[in-house]
Design a protein. Structure first.
Length: 230
């Protein structure tokens, strides 16, 4: 009697195993129907992802049109003009030259990149976690994809928001050549706070800090030079 049951159970498990295997094979061979075929003739601006497996890029507006709209907005123009004033001051104190190679870290949508280009700096690179082409390309500020000493100047207007400030500082310093400068702008602060920030940059010497206005708010501008020897 018991042997009978045993044999029956064996049969059941064999059948279940076979069915499960067949289902797996079937699922494996099946193309999920929820995926949109790559060249489906759908108007681009009406196109929304139907499922998570739709990995094709989605442009609701062609990039040049989108940029034209953004760059003609009032806030954009005001912010670029504020950055322009800011960089012209650096031009006057001799920190910035036309031939300077400038890196903007955490450049957002690229206001500062545009401002620098406008005042005649030819070699400007903007990076941010999310790209905004053509002004800003994608890169991790904590792991910059540039060789040591690639730039004359590194600028960041978002140093205070860095998740790992010392790593952020290390990367900014690494990508600037010896004798070059890094430049950060933070909410207006006193000399103790400036000292704390400067301490994170281990290979530089403070050139100076001062309070200036940027985009309508008071900020402290910190300029330091990368030492020729460590
Ligand atoms: C730097 O570029 C600006 C704008 O193109 C130009 O007016 C200025 O003469 C240039 N300065 C030098 C020193 O070449
Ligand atoms: C800059 O502004 C901060 C905050 O208002 C102030 O504490 C500090 O003394 C100012 N620094 C200078 C150099 O004026």
């Amino acid at each position: 009697m018991e042997r009978h049951i045993q044999r029956f159970l064996n049969k059941v498990s064999f059948v279940s195993f076979t069915i499960a295997t067949l289902i797996l094979v079937f699922l494996f061979l099946q193309t999920p129907e929820t995926c949109i075929p790559p060249n489906a003739p759908i108007k681009p601006h009406l196109r929304f992802p139907k499922s998570t497996c739709d990995s094709s890029p989605r442009h609701y507006l062609p990039l040049p049109k989108k940029n034209a709209r953004l760059w003609s907005s009032k806030t954009w123009i005001n912010q670029v003009s504020s950055f322009t004033q800011f960089f012209i001051q650096l031009y006057h104190i001799g920190i910035l030259k036309n031939h300077s190679k400038v890196l903007c870290v955490s450049a957002g949508a690229g206001h500062e990149v545009m401002a620098l280009s406008k005042i005649g700096i030819e070699d400007v690179t903007g990076v941010e976690l999310i790209e905004s082409l053509p002004l800003v390309s994608r890169a991790d500020p904590l792991n910059l994809p540039f060789f040591d000493g690639s730039f004359d100047i590194a600028f960041s207007g978002h140093f205070a928001e860095a998740l790992y400030p010392s790593r952020y500082a290390e990367e900014m310093e690494r990508t600037v050549r010896k004798g070059g400068v890094y430049l950060v702008v933070v909410d207006a602060c006193g000399s103790e706070e400036v000292k704390e920030i400067v301490r994170l940059f281990k290979r530089s010497t403070l050139v100076g800090s001062s309070n200036v206005t940027m985009n309508g708010r008071r900020v402290t501008r910190i300029i330091s030079r990368i030492r020729a020897s460590n």
